[in-house]
Design a protein around this ligand. Sequence first.
Ligand code: HEM
Length: 147
Amino acid sequence: EKDKELIRSSWESLGKNKVPHGVVMFSRLFDLDPALLSLFQYNTSCGSKQDCLSSPEFLEHVTKVMLVFDVAVSHLDDLHTLDDFLLNLGRKHQAVGVNTQSFAVVGESLLYMLQSSLGQAYTAPLRQAWLNMYTIVVAAMSQGWAK
Ligand code: HEM
């Protein structure tokens, strides 16, 4: 349907290297919620936002995040096949101290990145399509917090 096409074509238009877009997303995330920086303390260079955003370990995480979105975009027709993977991913985030409430601000940061990267192509239907997909991904990850 139309939503899937909007997601696929916009994701493709970001180019092959998604890391810079992921950096924009996490930069926004740390502006909106600076406390999240401390969850990356496994990496001592994450004392300040700028240090963190340029550290190799952090860029690795950004790469992993973009890969998860990439997998989701390529499974729009069968997103639920990712449920187990996403549940386990949620568990890992619970273990490092992430709160499910933080996913709302992560979502805002994702939309901010899409808006700044896509410019004119960022429309209300596109925003809604991404939000719908993100909501499904987050719901699956949130199962990792369930008792
Ligand atoms: C792993 C933090 C959001 C995907 C990790 C790790 C930390 C972390 C500390 C373990 C160390 C590392 O691998 O770098 C956070 C924080 C987030 C966040 C604070 C936002 C509040 C996300 C999102 C995704 C994601 C939205 C993808 C949709 C991953 C992946 C791993 C990971 C794939 C590796 C898991 C593994 O080792 O199998 N995250 N993360 N993260 N994160 Fe995140």
